[in-house]
Design a protein around this ligand. Structure first.
Ligand SMILES: [Zn+2]
Length: 275
């Protein structure tokens, strides 16, 4: 997209536009209304997923007007709760969540050899040998079916026609099954290679992290899978979380205490390697 300023005759001239914006800002301030769009499109949009309904979380701003003046807090909210409460998920305060990502990243960096083991274990397809066995069995069956098909060549009676069409549909069924299995093996790839790539991303993160902007969290984690405040999983590897459940447990957990008015709460984050 290209933005060309003053590229066409203005519907409203710039001067009037700016005056109107100023008046709107003043009125918003007077009536304490937020002019920002309700759901901010942020770096977290499409990153955080609700474990209850598998919907994305978005960022919303809350405004408090207490005796100490106004204060805006941002939090992550399940898309299904944006207008009214439809999902049982909890809202996650954004600043503690960011702190949690920093703290977990530090913990991973301090436990790299354990993390590497987790990656290899998580990326190893335990079913790969089963899949390869099934592929061999399919190949053998296809060869046998093709042999059988040969005996019907040149025969056009009803029996021969129906049997050979049955054989052909079975061959195509098996071919599809084989292709799917081969694809699954290919997608998962080598555990060592995948682990190495992720370790190298963690190695690029500075040893002393001072702020959230010091590193690109999306290069390390593919998703945040949010169950509740006490159970947030940062996913490493495959970003498809459709197979994750409320029982999926993370490793290397950290806790972030935070206060709202006079009460203290805790966020708990852990990492999970997704095949
Ligand atoms: Zn939800």
């Amino acid at each position: 997209m290209v933005l060309v300023r003053n590229g066409h005759p203005a519907i409203i001239d710039r001067n009037t536009w700016e005056i109107v914006q100023k008046v709107m800002d003043e009125r918003c301030e007077h009536y304490r209304v937020n002019r920002e769009p309700k759901a901010l499109i942020t770096e977290f949009t499409g990153f955080a997923v609700c474990a209850h309904c598998k919907c994305n979380f978005t960022v919303k701003t809350n405004h408090y007007y207490g005796s100490k003046g106004s204060k805006a807090t941002k939090f992550l909210i399940c898309n299904n709760n944006k207008h009214f409460k439809q999902c049982q998920s909890e809202n996650i305060p954004l600043e503690p969540f960011k702190e949690g990502i920093i703290k977990l990243t530090k913990k991973i960096k301090n436990n790299m050899s354990f993390f590497k083991e987790l990656l290899i274990k998580g990326f190893t397809d335990v079913n790969e040998s089963e899949k390869r066995d099934r592929i061999s069995a399919i190949e053998k069956e296809i060869v046998e079916l093709k042999e059988k098909l040969k005996t019907f060549v040149g025969k056009f009676d009803n029996y021969s026609t129906s049997v050979s069409s049955e054989i052909m549909s079975r061959i195509s069924e098996l071919t599809i099954e084989k292709m799917n299995l081969e694809n699954e093996i290919l997608i998962v790839g080598s555990a060592e290679e995948r682990a190495k790539a992720i370790v190298s991303e963690f190695n690029k993160v500075p040893n002393v992290i001072e702020s959230f902007e010091d590193f690109d969290f999306k290069k390390l984690y593919s998703r945040a899978f949010i169950k509740d405040k006490g159970d947030i999983i940062l996913v490493v590897g495959n970003k498809d979380v459709s197979k994750l459940t409320l029982k999926t447990a993370g490793e290397l957990s950290i806790e972030i205490p935070y206060t709202v008015r006079i009460s203290t709460f805790r966020l708990r984050l852990a990492v999970y390697v997704n095949i």
